[in-house]
Every structure is written in structure tokens, then in C-alpha cells.
Ligand binder design. Structure first.
Ligand code: FAD
Length: 440
């Protein structure tokens, strides 16, 4: 195999598709029974920071539209809701069309490096038993950075002083509500509907553990509800995650049952499904060749090897339920900033890239770039870089940026991009060679 992508969330599917479309053989290994990660297994239903992300993200958006599976509300800005089941189907379809070898229901449990510190094999477990997968390059898109940790990369977790992580949340899909009757309580991007819903729940004795309970409208009378916070749970503590899921599921059902007792517009409200996996906001941040920092957000950093521009602001859900159930004070206001490819290339082990929420960044930066529009753009870039590396027997960090950029420009539909050469002369990207100024 040329490239193995571990984790089939928003970052992983984009990595695998981009890689296969470059002509490399790509295998995608996913723990759960569907692709999409938090989008599907987590029943998230709401995409942030996708509007200025061309390529695979734009393709997903337009293909959701073609299936009537997306809902954009003028009052909600550019973020949008999508139908979770349609998303599962679409991602299967896109990966199959691209020729990705998909393996579901398979967990990466081990990894080994060769004598030259290059990741050479990942070990998985599934109904087929224990298996080993060799590849020329790997992408860690597990969200929690499982692969990076298993192969010996350094990483950080949580707050720099305490190590505390942001709370987890279990999403739920809801039916039995009529949008025109409950509109004042519905909204993913607006504060007032969340305040009204909190006040209502508080009044009827089910004050939610998340101070900004949110109802997203997916279609007709199908909604998603995010109304709980599970504090102090680390991504590698299976006991604590189990307890959090049980606690969260009980809380969601208690909230909905209480709202139903109000009668009237709430009388038919039902939970039709909770996420098969609780949503994990924060796992490991694997050390890369660059670390995206809060300082980068403050100054609106620009990088020559930018794979995407993040417009989402700082969004730290409080690590301490006693302080606030909502978000921590922002240390500063962020400016739109770039994610450089170097933050997606592992520092300590060769042959490994990261995409999505496990890339190299600090606590504050992670709270901003983690949203899914950016995860897809990062995945796309790692897929291209991994493919170029594997097809030419180089390591990902040996592939010059201009080569990755040229391929990304094609995917992103940038026609005739102009790049600045030494001496201030602008030429078309496809004419650019990989000179000494090229970032590696
Ligand atoms: C509660 C919650 C609410 C959020 N709200 C929003 C929102 O409204 N909009 C938005 O855009 N973003 C939101 N985010 C952020 C966003 O969902 C995540 O940061 C995003 O999913 C990151 O994508 P990813 O592909 O890196 O990770 P994930 O979506 O977590 O995908 C990782 C994938 O890897 C798989 N995996 C994990 N470990 C292994 C292993 N060992 N072996 C094999 N496979 C493995 C998982 O099953 C999963 O499919 C939210 C996150 C949470 C948790």
C-alpha cells in the first residue's frame, strides 16, 4: 500500500480521497461502522468554517445540496446543518468513487518504526483478528492522535498548566417538533435561542450541564440537540469515557422527557438517536515541524506553506464546571490565520502526517482550528503530500511545498495561480520549479 490513513472523520476521508485522486493506493482504517467521525458517528449535524474552503469541502457541500441534505439559514451566517444519514452515504460514495480501500470497524492499536525512525507498519484489531498494514506514508486522522502516540511521537494534551481538557458532549437527534412553533429556541450560531432554551430547561428543573444548549434544525421536523458537557474526561481513559457516555445519555433523555411534559409545542418531542460515540473536543496534539500558537491567531499569521485559512475564533469550552458551564474568557481576539503544512508533518517520527484536531498546535489555537471545515482542508493537504511522497519514494517532509501547492491548486480549482519568484517576478504556478527558496 502507498498510504494508510488512520481515522475516517472529516480529516481522514479528505486525506484518503485526495491521496487516491493523486493516483496513489490509499487505505482508510476506521474504528466505527460509518465514515465521518464526529459528523456521523457523533451525530454533530453542523459544519463550521467551510465557506472559504475549496476542493473537497466545497464538493461535499455541493453534493449535499444535490441530495437536498443541507440547510442554510440566512440568519445563521455561513455555517450549515446537514442530514447525518445522507452524509454517511455521501462519504461512502466519494471514497468508493476515488478508489479508496475502506476498512470499517477496525481499530489501530499499535505501530512500529524501522531502524531509520520511519513509521513502517500499523497494527489493527477487528473481527478479522490482529493485522499489520505496511505503507510508504501514514496519516494520523484519529482525532485523538492515537497513531502518533503509538509510534512514539511527542504530544501535548489539554491546558498547558493543568492538563485539563475541554468537556465532551453527546449529541442527540430529535423529532416531533414543528420549526415554526419553536423557532425562537432554534439556532446554531445565534446566542438568544440558546439563552431561551437554557432558561426554559432551568425553569422546569433540568438545568443543562452545558450553558449554551443548542437546537439545530436539520430538515422538516428533524433537529439535533447539544445540551450537555462531560467534564474532566481524557481521550485515553476508556472507563471515564464509558461513564461520561452513560451520564450524558441519561441527561439528554431526562431533558427531552422534561420538555415533553410541558405539552403544547413540546408534547411530541422524542430522542430518535444519540451519537454512537460521545463527541471528544480535545485529545492529543502531536508534535509537528511547526506548532500553531495563540500568538499566530493574535497576529493573523500568514505562511508560505499555508494549507488553509482559519476564520473560526477562539472557542474554549470551560474545563471547569464551577467557573462557568459555557466558555472561558478569550485571552485575545483572533484574526483569520493560516495553518502551515509543517504543522501537519510529525517532528519525531518520519513518514507520518497528521490532520484534523490532532495536528501540532497549542491549547488556544486548537480551540479554533479544530472545527470541521478546517479538518477537511488539512486532510486534503496531507493526502496530497502523502501521495506525492509515496509515489516518488520520498518522505513527506522531503516533498517541496511548491509541488504540494501545485497539486492543491488544481484540486482547489485555482486556475493559473501566480507565484512570486526571487526578484519580484510573478509567474504561473505550473511553471514554478522547486528552487532553493522552496519551503520543505
Ligand atoms: C461536541 C462537539 C461539538 C462540536 N461542534 C462543532 C460544530 O458545531 N461544527 C464543527 O464544524 N465542528 C464542531 N466540533 C469540532 C469537530 O467536530 C472536530 O474537531 C472534528 O470532528 C475534527 O475532525 P477529525 O477528523 O480530526 O476528528 P473526528 O471527527 O473525531 O474523527 C476521527 C475518526 O477517527 C476514528 N478513530 C479514532 N481512533 C481510532 C483508532 N485508534 N483506530 C481507527 N480509527 C480511529 C474515529 O472513530 C473517527 O471516525 C465539535 C466537536 C465536538 C466534540
Amino acid at each position: 500500500m502507498d498510504v494508510v490513513v488512520c481515522g475516517g472523520g472529516p480529516a481522514g476521508i479528505a486525506a484518503a480521497i485526495a491521496c487516491a485522486r493523486q493516483g496513489a493506493r490509499a487505505r482508510l482504517i476506521e474504528l466505527h461502522g460509518s465514515l465521518g467521525g464526529v459528523w456521523t458517528t457523533g451525530a454533530l449535524s453542523w459544519i463550521i468554517d467551510s465557506a472559504d474552503k475549496p476542493g473537497i469541502m466545497a464538493e461535499i457541500t455541493s453534493r449535499l445540496d444535490a441530495r437536498d441534505a443541507r440547510r442554510l439559514r440566512a440568519s445563521e451566517g455561513k455555517n450549515y446543518a446537514y442530514d447525518v444519514e445522507e452524509m454517511k452515504l455521501l462519504l461512502d460514495e466519494m471514497c468508493v468513487e476515488a478508489g479508496v480501500d475502506i476498512r470499517l470497524l477496525t481499530r489501530v492499536v499499535g505501530a512500529a518504526r524501522d531502524s531509520e525512525n520511519r513509521l513502517s507498519v500499523v497494527i489493527t484489531e477487528s473481527k478479522s483478528g490482529r493485522e499489520a498494514w505496511h505503507a510508504k506514508a501514514f496519516v494520523d486522522a484519529t482525532g485523538d492522535g492515537d497513531l502518533g502516540a503509538l509510534c512514539g511521537c511527542g504530544f501535548d494534551v489539554g491546558h498547558p498548566e493543568s492538563g485539563d481538557v475541554q468537556p465532551m458532549s453527546l449529541m442527540a437527534l430529535i423529532t416531533g417538533l414543528q420549526f415554526d412553533q419553536i423557532e425562537p429556541y432554534v439556532g446554531g450560531s445565534m446566542t438568544e435561542p440558546k439563552q431561551r432554551l437554557f432558561a426554559l430547561m432551568d425553569e422546569i428543573g433540568v438545568s443543562p450541564s452545558y450553558g449554551h444548549p443548542t437546537l439545530f434544525r436539520i430538515r422538516d421536523n428533524l433537529f439535533a440537540l447539544m445540551a450537555n458537557h462531560q467534564y474532566g474526561v481524557q481521550c485515553d481513559d476508556a472507563n471515564a469515557i464509558t461513564e461520561a457516555m452513560i451520564r450524558a445519555r441519561r441527561e439528554v433523555h431526562t431533558q427531552v422527557a422534561a420538555l415533553r411534559t410541558l405539552g403544547g409545542v413540546w408534547s411530541d418531542m422524542r430522542v430518535v438517536a444519540t451519537g454512537a460515540q460521545i463527541g471528544i473536543r480535545e485529545g492529543r496534539r502531536i508534535h509537528g515541524r511547526y506548532e500553531v500558537t495563540g500568538e499566530d491567531l493574535l497576529r493573523g499569521a500568514r505562511f508560505e506553506d499555508a494549507v488553509c485559512r482559519v476564520t473560526m475564533g477562539i472557542d474554549v469550552h470551560s474545563t471547569d464546571p464551577k467557573k462557568t458551564k459555557i466558555v472561558e474568557a478569550k485571552p485575545h481576539r483572533s484574526q483569520p490565520y493560516d495553518i502551515p503544512l509543517r504543522a501537519l508533518i510529525a517532528r519525531d517520527v518520519d513518514g507520518l502526517l497528521m490532520a484534523g484536531r490532532c495536528i501540532s498546535g497549542d491549547f488556544i489555537a486548537h480551540s479554533s482550528y479544530r472545527v470541521t471545515g478546517n479538518a477537511v482542508a488539512m486532510g486534503q493537504a496531507t493526502g496530497v503530500c502523502a501521495a506525492r511522497a509515496a509515489l516518488s519514494d520520498r518522505l513527506p517532509h522531503e516533498v517541496p511545498w511548491c509541488e504540494v501547492k501545485k497539486a492543491l491548486d488544481v484540486i482547489n480549482g485555482v486556475t493559473g495561480p501566480m507565484v512570486k519568484k526571487t526578484g519580484g517576478r510573478y509567474i504561473k504556478a505550473e511553471q514554478a520549479d522547486c528552487g532553493t527558496n522552496c519551503l520543505h
